[in-house]
Design a protein around this ligand. Structure first.
Ligand code: 5GP
Length: 192
């Protein structure tokens, strides 16, 4: 398979990684978003094939059995997320580099599989109080109290893995974080 590069953005839900991924996609036309499969239900603004491939659990399991995923995780109880091998080859065939917005375990798995041509960035949540506010208000309006608690507990654990990433960005000031991410990605894309 013809190989391009991959940029792996990971971090807890609510860390701001999706905002940063949108910023990078608009800044670098040579980057293409890797659309993952998920079994969670589709949200109002989302489009099948653009945000995710929304699958039934049976169909997801069938893809696991056929070894079609390069990685997959049960990110939340009974909710599966995974990256198709085919998504990666499709993007590289189109001469683009890949941008992943993926959970921490998945990000580390990808880095392990593609150590030489990948850049991994961890978006850090410094304050659980701020994370809670973000989960309740801005990003995830349709989460109930239980969903929020699950995400907060997961975030506390995930922060411990930050040191395993190539770069760690503390998302305190979004403008500054975007600028740092652009610089890091620009260096990576342009290096031979
Ligand atoms: P959400 O349901 O809020 O879109 O995403 C939940 C979490 O799943 C986020 O942390 C997101 O980055 C992660 N995620 C999205 N796609 C994948 C994937 O293909 N594999 C893994 N391991 N995690 C993913």
């Amino acid at each position: 398979m013809k190989k391009g590069k991959m940029i792996i953005l990971s971090g807890p839900s609510g860390s701001g990684k999706t905002t940063i991924s949108h910023c990078l996609l608009s800044k670098f036309p040579e980057l293409k978003f890797s659309v993952s499969c998920t079994t969670r239900s589709i949200r109002n603004h989302e489009i099948h094939g653009k945000d995710y491939y929304f699958l039934s659990t049976n169909s997801f399991i069938s893809k696991i059995e056929k070894y079609q995923f390069v990685e997959w995780e049960e990110v939340y109880p009974k909710l599966f997320y995974g990256t198709l091998k085919n998504e990666i080859s499709k993007i590289w065939k189109s001469n683009q580099h890949i941008l992943f917005d993926i959970d921490v375990k998945g990000g580390l798995n990808l880095k392990k599989k593609y150590p030489n041509n990948s850049l991994s960035i961890f978006i850090m949540v410094n304050s659980i109080k701020i994370l809670k506010e973000r989960l309740i208000t801005r990003c995830h309006k349709n989460l109930d109290k239980n969903d929020i608690n699950i995400r907060i507990n997961k975030a506390k654990k995930e922060n411990n893995y930050a040191k395993l990433f190539d770069f760690v960005l503390s998302n305190i000031d979004l403008y500054k974080t975007k600028k740092q991410a652009i610089q890091i990605v620009s260096n990576f894309i342009n290096e031979k």
